[in-house]
Design a protein around this ligand. Structure first.
Ligand SMILES: [Cu+2]
Length: 258
């Protein structure tokens, strides 16, 4: 394999290795402001819990990203430092207890700390919902979202309910409690801008709450492959002022009573 030796030893490959190492060092020594620019990866945040979820995401991304670069950098360094032409005789190593303790204890501490930190955010999102001003029921079916609002009596599943397909309207700043069901198979209710996703399972009623923080219109999609029409299972969430929401509610009620 003399062609391989010539290739590894060539100036072009040496320059490429140097370039890669420089790139690793540059990324590792990058300004912390880089974390801020990482937010461009996220969709717009429209819910009160979104910033906490994004923060957890960024913390995990930083930790795993740095570990990834360190491990890949070490791998590259070992590949170059101990390449066969420079080290024709292999050295056999039968383990190192201190190294094994270090690479077991450090990841255990990192993962346990992340579990405690994310548990706080998770408990806030999935725990007891705060006092809510609105209750909605969403029932998934192949391939649509059925949205039900309580009528003037304030109770769901009575004659004055308002029923819509693929349309969810929510007032800004108000907490809405969503009951999630499925008529047929497992679906998954996903609104990326709310940083929320919950499976809709037949026979079970899921519960989630959301407090939109600014007006807008976004998609609610199914994130579980649920059949041939899965790709078209999407609706729209419209977030508007409390006044606009009320007038939409009244107008839709009048239209449905005609
Ligand atoms: Cu679906």
């Amino acid at each position: 394999m003399c062609w391989a030796r010539r290739l590894v030893g060539s100036s072009a490959v040496r320059n490429f290795k140097a370039l890669l190492l420089t790139a690793y060092c540059l990324v590792l020594g990058a300004d912390p402001a880089w974390a801020g620019s990482a937010r461009v990866w996220f969709p717009d945040n429209l819910s009160s819990v979104g910033s906490q979820v994004d923060q957890m995401f960024l913390v995990i991304l930083w930790i795993t990203g740095i570990i990834f670069l360190l491990v890949e950098g070490a791998l590259l360094w070992f590949l170059i430092r101990y390449r066969q032409p420079a080290n024709p005789r292999a050295a056999y190593v039968h383990g190192c207890r201190s190294a094994e303790v270090i690479w077991t204890v450090i990841p255990a501490i990192i993962v346990t700390s992340l579990a405690f930190a994310s548990q706080r955010v998770w408990a806030h999102i999935r725990g007891t919902p705060p006092a809510h001003q609105l209750e909605v029921e969403i029932t998934a079916e192949q391939f649509a979202w059925n949205v039900r609002y309580a009528g003037p009596d304030g109770r769901l599943h009575t004659e004055d309910d308002l029923e819509l397909i693929n349309q969810l309207h929510l007032p800004v700043d108000q907490v809405a409690l969503v009951h999630l069901k499925s008529k047929d198979v497992i679906h998954s209710f996903f609104v990326p801008q709310f940083r929320m996703k919950l499976d809709a399972v037949p026979g079970l009623t899921g519960r989630l709450w959301v407090q939109p923080i600014k007006p807008g219109q976004v998609e609610m999609v199914c994130a579980e492959l649920c059949g041939l029409g899965h790709y078209r299972m999407r609706g729209y969430v419209t977030i508007e002022s409390a006044e606009a929401f009320q007038s939409w509610l009244e107008q839709t009620r009048v239209e449905q009573s005609l």
